[in-house]
Structures are given as structure tokens and as C-alpha cells.
Design a protein around this ligand. Structure first.
Ligand code: NAD
Length: 437
């Protein structure tokens, strides 16, 4: 089968590479010529463990290619995936302009039957719009070939995207007719044979599943952050609470880590989007709205926590921030807590030095120009009054605390991911602050 994936970002590249690994012929399309040029030269423009090897292997075996020629890619494909961005608008609604542009383009280009699949996360009802936009494109070109629209949301986690795609917890497909459903089942046959659970449903339900999943996970994070805040008042330990409740199989251990709140390219925009479109349908999601509010407050709390650890006096003080990406093993800094926290600290008059293993280039344009970037954690920490851990990269889990104490002005650590044992930090004579314990 020939397919094409339009949008070669985190989702599009991983989807394209993994389907080619299954033996499918895949053309990955993007309208950013620099991205396509880099990919054609064997350079992978994002950091995602395992992706580069997989791309190289499948390109050399002739199953995977990169192009900005959408026309050729669409004409050659039976299945066309839309994997472009769906960012948030100011009011929380979803900006569908990229999806619309691609759908209309597909309509102008297609000459025979296609299954057009939205892999982008899109509000309930978007697939109907996609069908209308394709028809608008067809009116321009004069071609009237049949097509089906389907929904196949993506659940991969950046940093573990390859294994999430190759061994997913489930595959969700929403379709309205048997022909397109059968084509997508055939495409996913290697996973079918693997006994991966499939949820085959209608389009509206499939679109909602993606939002319900992300909203639920975000709610777990906001929930444990509220419990952490309560622990700080009563003298409890949120890590023990998380373990104490997470061992209950009905609750589960995952997404119960107290910290600076959720960030990244999905949870913040998807919670806002589902809250927005559900209210438009007249069915408010009160829990999701509270989840968003708690998350916004958590970032503000983290800034206050840092101020308090510095003794309230911020003049002429320097803070070293370790970790910029919204989570480890990715270079994605979209809506990362680090960006908000650093910008706030600088607006309060602090100097900020920072280090991240892979996200510094991406973060630079989003941060005030006064931020100083170190070549490693120690260089960044030099002369600092406090060390703030925002992203729990493995390399920050076992820092040499006595070396840090020697090079820092004051031995203060604010560990927003609870990756240090408070007793170990105290034995190294650090004034240690964490979240919810
Ligand atoms: P991204 O910004 O990394 O990639 C989008 C790509 O689409 C960019 O390379 C852009 O140049 C390209 N593009 C935009 N308009 C185009 C056009 N007209 N023609 C061709 N290419 C075009 O975004 P992403 O993180 O891959 O997310 C894509 C979608 O998948 C979003 O809806 C997102 O919510 C969803 N999603 C993302 C993740 C994740 O972890 N990143 C996980 C699940 C779902």
C-alpha cells in the first residue's frame, strides 16, 4: 500500500517512519522546505530516540521518502494522513487553519479514491469540516472522485514515540463506512496480528477519545499537585501519598508525580480545546476547567517557591535552571513550565543561567535575551545563588553535590521534580526545597 503523511513534525515523522517499518511505502510531506531539505540529506530535525536509525533504514530500503511535492504524494497514495499542527487560539479554541489548508489542497490534487485520515488532534466535528473542505478543493480542480474521511488519533509520547507507535496500548479508528475502515485495518494489520487492542468506532467518538484521554491524564497531574500543596501545609509527603494511592489498581501509579504542572504541545492546548468545544455544545466540563485552573496556579506557586527559597530578596541574585524541555528525552519546549518560570524570574530582577541537554536551541527564541546558556549543568551553576531543577533528565538525578556546593555562591536547591532524597541533599549541606514534602 502507498500512503502519504502531510505534516512532518513529531507525529508525522514518527507515523511515516513506523508505517514504512511495517513495509508500507510512505511519502512524508511538509511545506517547510528547510525541514524537507534536511530530511532528504539524512538529518532528522527533531530529537526523538530511535527515529534517526529507523528513518535511515527505511529510506535506504526505498520505502520512505520526503517531499514538498504534495501533488505527487497525494496522487500516489491510497491513504492520506493529515498530521499538521492544531495550536490553541487566544480563547482556547483550536486553530484549524493548517488542517483546512491541507484538506482543500488534497481536494484540488486528488484524481481517484482516497481515505483522508485526521491524525492531528481535532475538535469533535472537524472531520465533517474536512470533508467539506476537500469538496471545496474538488470544485476548484473539477475532479469529482469519491473519498472517505476517517479519524485515527495519535497517543504517542514524545521521548518514547517509536515504541508507543510500534507497541501501542490501543489503536483507535473512527470511520463511517466499511470500505475505509477495512483499508485502515489492513494498514494496521501488523498491530492487529500483534494482538494490539483496536477500538473501532464512529468518527465523533474517535475524536472525543483523544481529548478524553489527555484531559483525564492532565486531571491526574492537577489532582496530585493539589494534594502536594495540601501536604506542604499539613507536613505530609506527596511521594508517599502517590505511592499509597497509586498501588491501588483502580487508580494506577502513572501521572501521579507532583511538580511544576503539565506543559508541552498537547495537554495545555487539548484541555483548553475540549473545555471550549464542549461548552459550545452546551455541555460544560467542570472538572477539566478546574484542571486547567490548578495547572495555571501551580506554575505561579513554583515561582513563589523559588522566591521564598532565596529568602525573598531577589536583587543581584542569580538562579541556575536545569532542564528546559517540557519533559525529558525530547527537545520540545512548547508551553514548557521552564519558559513561564524563567520569564517570571527575570521580570522580578533575577539573573538566570541554564542548561538542557537538547532543548537550548529551541528555547532560545522563547526566552528573554539575558538568559545565559551553559555547556553543562556545572558551568550553568557557577556563581549561582540557587539551583532549580525543572526537567528530570537522567543526567540531573546524580549531580555531584559537593562540586556544586564549591562552585555555587549559595548551596540552595529547589527540586521541582522531587528527584533528590531530602536527607541526601541535607547531608551535602544544601538548603533543599521540593514539591509536597
Ligand atoms: P509539529 O508542529 O511538530 O508538526 C506539524 C508539521 O506540519 C510542521 O512540520 C509544519 O511545517 C507542517 N505543516 C503545516 N502546514 C502544512 C501544510 N499545509 N502542508 C504540509 N505541511 C504542513 O506538530 P506535532 O507535534 O507533530 O503535532 C501534530 C498534530 O498531532 C497536532 O494536532 C497535535 O496535537 C497532535 N499530536 C501531537 C503529539 C505530540 O506528542 N507532539 C501526540 C499526539 C498528537
Amino acid at each position: 500500500m502507498n500512503i502519504c503523511v502531510i505534516g512532518s513534525g513529531y507525529v508525522g515523522l514518527v507515523t511515516g517512519a513506523c508505517f514504512s517499518e511495517f513495509g508500507v511505502n510512505v511519502a512524508c510531506v511538509d511545506n517547510n522546505p528547510d525541514k524537507i531539505g534536511a530530511l532528504q540529506n539524512g538529518e532528522v530535525p527533531i530529537y526523538e530516540p530511535g527515529l534517526e536509525d529507523m528513518i535511515e533504514r527505511n529510506v535506504s530500503q526505498g520505502r520512505l521518502s520526503f517531499t514538498s511535492n504534495t501533488g505527487q504524494a497525494v496522487r500516489d497514495a491510497l491513504v492520506v494522513f493529515i498530521a499538521v499542527g492544531t495550536p490553541s487560539m487566544e480563547d482556547g479554541s483550536t486553530d484549524l487553519s493548517f488542517v483546512k489548508a491541507v484538506a482543500r489542497e488534497i481536494g484540488t490534487l486528488m484524481e481517484d479514491y482516497k481515505v483522508v485520515v485526521t491524525k492531528s488532534t481535532v475538535p469533535v466535528g472537524t472531520s465533517e469540516k474536512v470533508a467539506a473542505w476537500i469538496k471545496e478543493g474538488q470544485e476548484i480542480s473539477g475532479h469529482t472522485s469519491e473519498f472517505a474521511v476517517a479519524s485515527n488519533p495519535e497517543f504517542l509520547r514524545e521521548g518514547a514515540a517509536i515504541s508507543d507507535f510500534m507497541r501501542p496500548d490501543r489503536v483507535v479508528i473512527g470511520a463511517e463506512d466499511e470500505v475505509s475502515m477495512d483499508i485502515l485495518k489492513e494498514l494496521y494489520r501488523p498491530l492487529f496480528l500483534n494482538e494490539t487492542p483496536f477500538v473501532l468506532t464512529n468518527i465523533v467518538t474517535s475524536e472525543l477519545i483523544k481529548y478524553a484521554a489527555n484531559a483525564f491524564l492532565a486531571t491526574k497531574i492537577s489532582f496530585i499537585n493539589e494534594i502536594a500543596n495540601l501536604c506542604e501545609v499539613i507536613g505530609g509527603d506527596v511521594q508517599a501519598v502517590a505511592r499509597g494511592i497509586g498501588l491501588d489498581g483502580r487508580i494506577g501509579k502513572k501521572f501521579l508525580h507532583a511538580g511544576p504542572g503539565f506543559g508541552g504541545s498537547c495537554f495545555p492546548k487539548d484541555t483548553r480545546s475540549v473545555a471550549h468545544f464542549s461548552s459550545e455544545f452546551g455541555s460544560n466540563l467542570e472538572i477539566v476547567e478546574a484542571t486547567i485552573r490548578v495547572n495555571d496556579q501551580q506554575r505561579i506557586r513554583m515561582v513563589k517557591k523559588i522566591e521564598a527559597a532565596l529568602g525573598g530578596n531577589l536583587s543581584n541574585k542569580t538562579v541556575c535552571v536545569l532542564g528546559l524541555s517540557f519533559k525529558p528525552e525530547t527537545d520540545d519546549v512548547r508551553d514548557a513550565p521552564s519558559i513561564y518560570i524563567i520569564t517570571e524570574l527575570i521580570s522580578k530582577g533575577l539573573q538566570v543561567r541554564t542548561f538542557d541537554p537538547v532543548a537550548m536551541e529551541g528555547a532560545k527564541p522563547l526566552l528573554p535575551s539575558s538568559v545565559v546558556f551553559g555547556k553543562d549543568a556545572y558551568e550553568a551553576a557557577e556563581g549561582s545563588d540557587a539551583l532549580v531543577i525543572i526537567t528530570e533528565w537522567n543526567q540531573f538525578r546524580a549531580l555531584n553535590l559537593s562540586r556544586l556546593k564549591n562552585i555555587m555562591k549559595h548551596a540552595v536547591m529547589i527540586d521541582l521534580r522531587n528527584i533528590y532524597d531530602p536527607d541526601v541533599a541535607a547531608r551535602s549541606n544544601f538548603s533543599y526545597h521540593s514539591v509536597g514534602r
